[in-house]
Design a protein around this ligand. Structure first.
Ligand SMILES: [Mn+2]
Length: 357
């Protein structure tokens, strides 16, 4: 079951855990590395090794793109995942690395491009439902964006994106029934690979969902990612608050990165700015977030072969450390300072909790 009816309304039926117990990470979060400006420093690992590493690091779940876990291979790969003691939490069709999507996907003015994006998405939703028994599906914007001014007709771009999402969800519900439909989460990013991407932040995701026919809106949520938010100049914990206020926070991709526009660093959660990590964990606790927590983190460029899963493992340790700091924060004291608007005392109180003064 991926949706259930509560008081006559469809709500996601995603497994729930105490916060800090259940983590998921991507198949793509271990590997050789390398890019346009960096050398590949590690071996490719086979899936069994990756699964063993994730399990050792403390994860319960793994997630896949359709380009690394091909639909035809899914049964075989699922067996490797299950033999290693994990389950598949999320799956996602790759709408960025395929040549047909180089200038966009769901928002493209070219109907052939949109149809291809819809087809890949449907195919992997089916794999997620029937083979992986995944808990949810994520659409990351990927190439949906522009690289130069006038790159697309902007109103149409958002309208077409919403139309594609509606078509996919209608198909999913008609084919599998609402109970088995995978919750469809949109992961926003403001740029990269395109110079400007859409939907670019949680607010834009909520706006696109609001453009869908009301009968379909309950089946869509958001998957905010720390680095993506920060690249857009957003405070990640505020994005969590916005998504939660609209009851659309069904997953998160946590990681670490610079809090000024830079690039998608995908560092371990808690790297770069531990204060931010504590604020994120605090916000998830306050919201009552009970779904598995995702990590989208890459090895550091110079990590060795025996450190392939170190960024995931460090993320989990830092999550735990952040929980420890949160335990020291008295919500009543914080609420009093917030009520008084006493930002100076908030800052002072937070650091005293951080260093366990
Ligand atoms: Mn992500």
């Amino acid at each position: 079951m991926a949706f259930k009816k509560v008081n006559g309304k469809w709500v996601p039926d995603i497994p729930e855990f105490e916060l800090g117990i259940a983590f998921s990470a991507g198949d793509w979060n271990q590997g050789p590395g390398g890019g346009r400006f960096t050398p590949a420093m590690r071996h490719e690992l086979d899936l069994a090794r990756k699964v063993a590493n994730l399990s050792m690091a403390g994860c319960k779940f793994i997630e896949f793109h359709d380009t690394e876990a091909l639909p035809d291979d899914a049964p075989k790969l699922l067996k490797i995942v299950e033999d290693g003691g994990l389950k598949v939490h999320m799956c996602t069709a790759n709408l960025f690395k395929r040549p047909e999507f180089v200038n966009g996907n769901f928002g493209s003015p070219d109907p052939k491009v949109r149809q291809a994006a819809i087809n890949y998405t449907k195919e992997y939703l089916q794999v997620g439902i029937e083979i992986f028994k995944a808990n949810l599906y994520v659409y990351w914007t990927g190439s949906n964006g522009i690289n130069v001014p006038f790159g697309v007709d902007y109103r149409g771009a958002y309208e077409r994106t919403a139309e594609c999402l509606a078509m996919i969800m209608d198909w999913q519900i008609n084919t599998f029934g609402a109970e088995r439909a995978l919750p469809f989460l949109v992961e926003p990013k403001p740029n990269e690979p395109p110079a400007w991407s859409y939907p670019g932040d949680v607010g834009e995701v909520l706006a696109v969902i609001s453009m869908l026919p009301p009968r379909l809106q309950p089946f869509f949520g958001a998957n905010p990612e720390t680095c993506h938010s920060q690249m857009g100049g957003k405070r990640f914990a505020m994005e969590l608050g916005l998504a939660a206020a609209k009851k659309k926070l069904w997953y998160v991709h946590l990681n670490g990165g610079s809090e000024n526009p830079k690039f998608d660093e995908d560092r371990a959660f808690g790297d770069i700015n531990f204060t931010t990590a504590v604020e994120i964990v605090w916000t998830l606790r306050e919201i009552g977030f009970r779904y598995p927590v995702g990590l989208d983190v890459q090895p550091l460029p110079g990590d060795r072969n025996d450190q392939q899963v170190e960024s995931v493992a460090r993320s989990l340790r830092n999550f735990d450390r952040a929980m420890t700091v949160c335990d020291r924060i008295d919500p009543k004291i914080l609420a009093e300072y917030q009520l008084d608007g006493d930002q100076a005392s908030i800052s002072d109180y937070f650091v005293s909790c951080l260093v366990n003064e």
